[in-house]
Ligand binder design. Structure first.
Ligand code: XIL
Length: 462
């Protein structure tokens, strides 16, 4: 049986529940029922009680589109929380009601682990219902384990969950221009073919990492003029090649340092050209957009960075950059808030919302571009519950800001996350995982439901 048919019948969730991670054994069942007739006509809802009886029930409905299984570490609790919402054709008319049913007088504090089972209503649908362009994901295609994992690919292809794709690597400088003025877009073309039907945030043009050696170790040392010309050639030809197949380009990535005082990151561009390389990069990108080669005039230009998700020196530096670029009559359309968070150290919803509004006040869009919430390993029920809240808060902040136009997770399956390799001892940061490893079925985590609830305007009810 294919993964898709497993999902459709809800058996995937059942199999996932048969192999739960090492959390508490008792459960709380929470059902999120989404009525969204504008989007789909029928689905299967799935409810499982798992504490002592292991009973499973299925029902088919023309109105229920997402059912969420939650579990609790509190053995005595059998609280059932039924959350329902309905939306008509207008996203803004979405309404929600919450009903809590305490079946044994217990209840109290709970932590949740959840597995959503619906396949014909998902995160991308919910994002659109909230007025966003999409919920998207990074994907490292082609030539990687995830690209060859049929279970991963099936989940990636589910347009109900992922309406946007960002290439995790293949559009970076070292891949697209491996030798000076010799471009190789073949891998990127494979990525685009694999992402058919999704919007693409093209990523990225100028960054200190994943550079070709002809940039980092030139045979003839760079001068300001020669490196500026090489950088501008890369930007213009790459934007023009892809044209309107890119919704946006991250023109410059991670140009500022962390800490109480922000400066320009030391890299080959800042060392050789000076801080002006950032403005020069946007100037070249603006030329490429104006040329309208392959419809490039529609491409939006973004500055993308991390640790600019709350007020501080780095966010201020990014805001000053926006002002500087705009004052020069150069195009910048948006700010990418990477949002690589740590469970429990994530800015509050109010903090993130205020920060997004500070950027939007400068007349730019914002996108949550690389969301993940990593934990110290091994995860516990408490840290996973915190992770759900953190995912929820970020997406809720975006929902509250009209010019936060979308949310992108930095891949969705722990098996292929960049986190463990980059932050030793941490992981479990994505919204799905494979209990039995690569090339086996994926299971949606509670974090998935946190995102869903945020887009639907529902409380994150534990
Ligand atoms: C990461 C990729 O996920 C890894 O596969 C690669 O080894 C390094 O880059 N900020 C960014 C992304 O803007 O491009 C980075 O992606 C993660 C941090």
């Amino acid at each position: 049986m294919s993964l898709r048919s497993l999902l459709t019948t809800g058996l995937l969730a059942a199999s996932a529940l048969a192999a739960p991670p090492a959390y508490g054994a008792s459960t709380v069942t929470k059902t999120v029922t989404v009525t969204a007739s504008a989007h789909c006509s029928s689905s299967t809802s799935h409810s499982t009680s798992h504490s002592t009886s292991h009973s499973t029930s299925h029902s088919t409905s023309t109105t229920k589109h997402s059912t969420v299984k939650t579990t609790s570490t509190k053995k005595s609790s059998t609280l059932s929380t039924v959350v329902s919402s309905s939306s008509t054709a207008s996203p803004s008319s979405t309404s929600a009601t919450t009903t809590s049913v305490n079946t044994n007088g217990g209840g109290g504090t709970t932590t949740i682990l959840a597995t959503a089972t619906a396949t014909n209503y998902g995160l991308n649908d919910a994002a659109k219902a909230a007025g966003k362009l999409w919920l998207g994901t990074a994907a490292d295609i082609p030539g990687t384990g995830e690209a060859a994992d049929p279970y991963y690919i099936t989940a990636f292809n589910n347009i109900h969950d992922f309406g946007e794709a960002t290439p995790a690597n293949i559009m970076k400088f070292e891949f697209t221009e491996p030798q000076q003025n010799v471009f190789d877009f073949s891998g990127a073309e494979t990525f685009l073919a694999a992402s058919a039907g999704k919007a693409i945030r093209c990523h990225n043009l100028v960054w200190s990492q994943e550079l070709p050696t002809w940039i980092t170790a030139p045979t003839t040392p760079w001068t300001n003029a020669t490196l500026t010309a090489a950088m501008q050639n890369h930007i213009i030809k790459t934007i023009q090649y892809f044209g309107d197949r890119c919704y946006s380009w991250d023109v410059v990535n991670e140009a500022f340092t962390d800490g109480a005082v922000t400066n320009y990151t030391s890299n080959i561009f800042s060392q050789t050209i000076g801080p002006a390389y950032v403005v020069l990069a946007f100037d070249a990108a603006t030329q490429a957009v104006k040329s309208n080669v392959n419809g490039s005039s529609s491409v939006k230009l973004y500055y993308n960075d991390y640790n600019i998700e709350n007020a501080g020196a780095k966010a201020t530096a990014a805001q000053n950059l926006v002002k500087d670029i705009k004052n020069r009559g150069i195009q910048i359309d948006g700010i990418g808030l990477e949002s690589h968070f740590i469970a429990g150290s994530t800015p509050s919803k109010a903090t993130q919302q205020a920060n997004m509004e500070a950027f939007v006040a400068l007349d730019v869009d914002v996108v949550v571009t690389e969301l993940d919430v990593r934990l110290n390993l091994p995860p516990t029920a408490a840290t996973e519950a915190q992770q759900v809240v953190d995912y929820y808060n970020t997406v809720s902040a975006c929902v509250a800001v009209p010019r936060c136009v979308g949310v992108v997770v930095w891949d969705f399956d722990d098996t292929y996350s960049w986190i463990p390799g980059t932050f030793p001892g941490q992981g479990y940061g994505d919204i799905m995982y494979q209990p039995n490893g690569a090339n086996t079925p994926l299971v949606r985590k509670a974090a998935y439901d946190g995102i869903l609830e945020a887009f639907l305007g529902l409380p994150e009810a534990l």
